[in-house]
Ligand binder design. Structure first.
Ligand code: ZN
Length: 439
């Protein structure tokens, strides 16, 4: 049932995709070619730099007990020749390094003898080693060409997006990238029914046909609570290759602070000035931090650039570090198992300053993250925090020019009308549709 639904959606998406791509490819002669995903059999098929038509191609994977010699012997190469090949290629490739389960290809003469001429081993999806013995014996390593294909997708949120996030693995990568881009603008755990999104993104293909994952999101649109949020990727420093996502009016979507100091399993306790605890006779015991539960030893990162002003082990705080970011903001990280920064250290955003533990007053491993604004502890999730690295005035004009065609492209993507039940999409089904694994 679910399979059929997904398959049908898949078809619709392909139709939609083909349709939108057709429009785009007509009106734009952009530097990025827009191509259909469907693979058209080329007239001459090349792989590993060889014209495959010239050979009988035998493909297999390295089996347990296989060796280079045995594979060639099975294919009628005599022992002295094998020895010669091994000797002559030993400086370029160690034939003992063949790993069980990795694919290999034999290019054999296109006649009744089917004599092997080339042995090609693929240690990874993109890398391959050619041992060529058709004329002079030689070996070399190379990499398959990677093609980037631009794709578009749109969807309307049905429900329970957070659940589909949690349940999905790799296939929801696009959704994760989206939630990353919008981390500070949209709470993806509180999406509304009928929230809508559109994405322009690129996928990687090896040798034109083998899907190798999502490359990146170029532009996105999210309608949340009837409020539109645009995001465009833009390179702010071509030398360092720094890229960020900005809104349609050139505001950085990232804030100057990371959302959390750890990769956490869950927020075990939020900032709450009216917290009541039964243990204390149900009296108000405000919690002026946010507790991120994580395993002991998980690195704790400074959420923004700053200077360490306290690093100590004291009372209920246990091992803790306090970082002053500027005259307005200070953050503190409690209950560490180990501190990794000392007073006076200048730390950059994302630098490891300690590790999750349960020192001080705590019942389980977590980091209690405290956030001061103008000397007062506040809930960081409820702050209008400063944007990270705004676009410089000199780049702003260029940026606005750059996003113009992308915005037109986004605006031109249509939503699938949610009239029929099976047309309603959520991110989960979208990601199922667009991702095709080929081996
Ligand atoms: Zn706490």
């Amino acid at each position: 049932m679910e399979q059929t639904r997904v398959a049908r959606l898949g078809q619709k998406c392909l139709v939609l995709l083909a349709f939108t791509l057709a429009i785009v490819s007509c009106k734009e002669e952009d530097k990025t070619p827009v191509e259909s995903v469907e693979v058209i059999e080329p007239q001459e098929l090349y792989e590993f730099g060889f014209k495959l038509d010239d050979y009988i191609v035998k493909r297999d994977t390295i089996k347990k007990g296989d060796s280079f010699g045995e594979i060639l012997q099975r294919n009628q190469i005599d022992y002295s020749k094998i020895f010669q090949i091994a000797e002559k290629t030993k400086d370029s490739f160690d034939i003992r390094r063949l790993q069980v389960g990795k694919p290999y290809t034999l290019l054999c003469s296109n006649d009744s003898l089917q004599q092997p001429k080339c042995f090609i081993y693929q240690p990874t999806k993109t890398d391959y080693v050619v041992i060529n013995f058709q004329d002079s014996i030689h070996a070399y390593s190379s990499t398959k060409p990677i093609k980037y294909v631009e794709k578009e997708v749109s969807g309307i949120i049905e429900s329970n997006i957070s659940e589909s996030f949690a349940k999905q693995g790799k296939s929801v990568l696009l959704a994760y990238k989206m939630s990353d881009i919008y981390a500070w603008t949209i709470d993806f755990s509180r999406l509304q029914k009928n929230d809508k999104f559109k994405v322009v993104y690129t996928e990687k293909y090896i040798d034109d046909t083998i899907y190798a994952g999502i490359d990146n999101i170029k532009a996105a649109y999210f309608l949340h609570n009837n409020e539109p949020f645009y995001a465009f990727e833009f390179e702010t420093d071509t030398i360092k290759g720094l890229k960020d996502y900005f809104s349609e009016d050139a505001k950085n979507l990232r804030r100057a602070f990371l959302k959390a100091p750890v990769e956490y399993k869950r927020i075990s306790s939020r900032f709450n000035l009216n917290r009541r605890i039964a243990l204390y006779g149900n009296r108000v015991r405000p919690h002026k931090g946010t507790d991120f539960a994580a395993s002991v030893g998980t690195p704790i990162r400074a959420t923004a650039n700053g200077t360490v002003i306290e690093s100590a082990k004291r009372g209920g705080n246990g091992n803790y570090v306090k970082v002053k970011h500027n005259s307005t903001y200070t953050t503190q990280y409690l209950h560490m198992s180990k501190r990794k920064s000392k007073v006076g250290d200048f730390v950059k955003q994302g630098d490891v300053i300690g590790y999750v533990g349960m020192t001080g007053n705590t019942s389980g491993p977590h980091v209690c993250y405290r956030f001061w604004k103008n000397g007062k502890q506040v809930d960081p999730f409820k702050q209008k925090l400063p944007e990270a690295e705004p676009i410089s005035d000199s780049l702003k004009t260029e940026y606005l020019k750059f996003i113009k065609p992308l915005k037109t492209q986004l605006d031109g993507i249509e939503f699938i009308s949610p009239i029929e039940e099976d047309q309603i999409l959520d991110i989960q089904t979208i990601s199922e549709n667009t991702i095709t694994y080929t081996n």
